[in-house]
Design a protein around this ligand. Structure first.
Ligand code: PNS
Length: 158
């Protein structure tokens, strides 16, 4: 049985993330989405909110679990029995950082596998989604509809 860990901030989950999860379920027996709990990053959504959105968005997928972690992703991999870290690569701009992390994680005992982002989603990022909604723009089709509502609630004027 091969378990993959898909780590990230997911603040919030995008359709690009969901495409990676879905494709990973076809390659690995189990995919554990690992939400980084890092208060120093000052996320827009709490870790519980991010987990809840991911659980809802992946409810129809087979073999997906969602968990949280602090500290090293390789330690989380050992805890959940993951053999490999799976990540999406959107563009060459992701490459340097992802390569550094993959090499360091390999040194610490865990392999990485990269999935080329679907062309429709290469420009997506959680930060761009937050910014566009905060400034009144539309992101239909780029995140699940319920995530758009959550973003609007966060940026609603009191
Ligand atoms: O969605 P993000 O913020 O780009 O995800 C980055 C993440 C969470 C994958 C990365 O920061 C990470 O793995 N953090 C955990 C700490 C760790 O293991 N650092 C060493 C990596 S070599």
């Amino acid at each position: 049985m091969t378990t993959a860990c898909y780590p990230g901030s997911f603040d919030p989950v995008t359709n690009g993330h969901l495409d990676v999860v879905k494709r990973a379920t076809r390659l690995f027996d189990e995919v554990v989405v690992a939400v980084l709990e890092n208060p120093s990053k000052r996320p827009l959504f709490t870790v519980d909110e991010r987990v809840e959105m991911l659980r809802r968005a992946t409810a129809e997928f087979d073999g997906v679990k969602v968990g949280t972690f602090q500290g090293l992703v390789v330690d989380f991999c050992h805890q959940v029995g993951a053999d490999v870290i799976v990540k999406g690569l959107r563009a060459v701009t992701d490459f340097d950082y992802e390569m550094q992390m993959a090499q360091m994680n390999k040194r610490m005992g865990i392999e990485s596998a990269f999935l080329a982002a679907k062309p429709d989603y290469t420009y997506l990022s959680s930060s761009l989604m937050r910014e566009v909604v905060a400034l009144g723009g539309t992101i239909d089709g780029l995140v699940p509809d319920f995530v758009i509502e959550r973003l609007k609630e966060k940026f609603a004027k009191p």
